[in-house]
Design a protein around this ligand. Structure first.
Ligand SMILES: [Zn+2]
Length: 385
């Protein structure tokens, strides 16, 4: 099989549904996308490994590798996720699964975030003389980035994956992004005892307990802000936001149950263990005083913060080739997990984050040729050294 044209690959990726969603009625396997990618990379002479996720059956990660002269260490990893978010029914003015060219744009679900990136990579590789490469070039395609990042959490299953550098092709308009905060969402649930409001001592008021809990959480928030600082961010400290609270039903009943949802954004370099140590340490005295009353659980797998040193060779190369300065981002990516492979990792790809997760998602035709050229040059500069 020979590699189809850039636009054919782009269209086929968009046409293969790969929605990941916590709502099972939306959730789709990414196998169709993985199968297409595997075939295309094999046609370029890459060896391909596909792993079904242990945490999520029916979802797959793929690693395509071209290792010149059997060298497996070093080189460049280009990474991306194969899944998309669901589409807003009724808000798309076009078929989300049909790549449509109009107004100087290519519209389609995943056109920017980020199935299209794989078409860019394949095209850049087609134009490369692979025989000239001296270091490995690898392409990683993950599952379930939009929900749990389950795919990125299983990268250690690929043996011998030790690149020097990684680029995650999320849409950044080809500007290198080198840091973002992490993200956790916790639920604190207070289980009190109801009773008639005329005798508060007859029950345990969950709202009263929650008041104490929130007091402790605000202290944790202050401790984090005093202890951690990163000047690369507009908000240079870790944040904690109380986003949802609900408790009780009637004014004349002792409130038996109260639930709080809080979002935290740890800084890069702040270990998740440190955050959870602060959180649980703060609530522990209350829990000891009121056994079985206060429950804390994570509402999703936490994502750590991430930063790449700004003087890293891959940052300098990306800045040189694209003319953009490195910046922070205010969204999370798979970068902390990719970086755990031991490689300096940046986030940089065609398309704009403003179009991600939006109806009528698109990339512009004008950015196609320059982005391809920049990817091509990066591959050559890293792998042909
Ligand atoms: Zn994305």
């Amino acid at each position: 099989m020979s590699l189809p044209s850039f636009l054919t690959m782009y269209s086929e990726l968009v046409a293969s549904p790969s929605v990941s969603c916590l709502d099972p009625s939306w959730d789709t396997s990414n196998k169709a996308v993985i199968d297409k990618l595997a075939g295309w990379f094999e046609s370029l002479g890459f060896s391909v490994q596909v792993n079904e996720l242990a945490a999520q059956r029916g979802k797959f990660n793929m690693l395509a590798s071209y290792c010149p002269h059997g060298v497996t260490e070093g080189g460049l990893l280009l990474a991306g996720h194969t899944d998309t978010v669901p589409w807003d029914e009724g808000r798309w003015t076009r078929d989300p699964f049909k790549l449509t060219e109009a107004d100087g744009r290519l519209y389609g679900l995943g056109s920017a975030d980020m199935k299209g990136f794989f078409a860019f990579v394949l095209e850049a590789l087609r134009q490369q003389d692979l025989g000239q490469l001296t270091k490995p070039i690898r392409v990683l395609a993950t599952a379930d980035e939009e929900t749990s990042m389950a795919g990125a959490r299983e990268l250690s299953k690929f043996s011998d994956l030790k690149p020097d550098y990684a680029i995650i092709g999320e849409p950044t308009n080809m500007a290198p992004v080198i840091m973002h905060k992490g993200h956790t969402t916790e639920c604190v649930k207070i289980i009190g005892r109801s009773g008639h409001s005329s005798n508060p001592a007859a029950g345990l008021n969950a709202i009263d307990v929650m008041h104490e809990v929130i007091g402790e959480l605000i202290k944790v928030r202050q401790t984090m802000a005093e202890k951690y600082h990163h000047g690369g961010f507009d908000v240079p400290y870790p944040t904690m936001n109380f986003g949802h609270i609900h408790g009780g039903d009637a004014a004349n009943r002792i409130c038996a149950c109260c639930e709080l949802h809080l979002d935290t954004r740890p800084l890069p370099g702040m270990r998740l263990d440190d955050f959870y140590g602060l959180l649980h340490g703060a609530l522990q005295p209350l829990q000891a005083r009121m056994p079985g009353v206060i429950e804390i659980r994570s509402m999703h797998e936490p994502i750590p913060g991430y930063a790449c040193p700004s003087d890293s060779a891959i940052v300098k190369l990306a800045e040189e080739l694209t003319g953009h300065s490195a910046t922070p981002a205010n969204y999370c990516t798979e970068a902390p997990f990719v970086q755990d492979l031991g490689c300096e990792t940046i986030i940089m790809g065609p398309g704009s984050i403003n179009q991600a997760h939006q109806p009528d998602e698109f990339i512009t035709l004008a950015e196609i040729a320059p982005s391809q050229q920049q990817l091509n040059q990066i591959i050559r500069r890293v792998c042909q050294a």
